[in-house]
Design a protein around this ligand. Sequence first.
Ligand SMILES: [Ca+2]
Length: 92
Amino acid sequence: MSSIRPALTALERALLSTMAVFHTYSGCRGSLRKVDLKTLINRELRQFVQVSTLEQLFRDLDTNGDLRIDFQEYATLVAMVTSARGTFLVQK
Ligand SMILES: [Ca+2]
């Protein structure tokens, strides 16, 4: 009996990495405080997101107003950055 699984695709690896980054910076809390988001942006998105926009970005992402960024709110950040970069990549 074989237990060989097919290799993950590039997108699957990217999604796992996206999840791992959230868990690295949220730790056991399961959500990002503002300071965690700042550290994540500085270390993981420094070429894509300006930390000077952190206050507005945090307010925009924190849709339930609990002063934390949960995984769904973080996924919104990833989608926003991906969409912005994707638009940039297809522009001529
Ligand atoms: Ca929130």
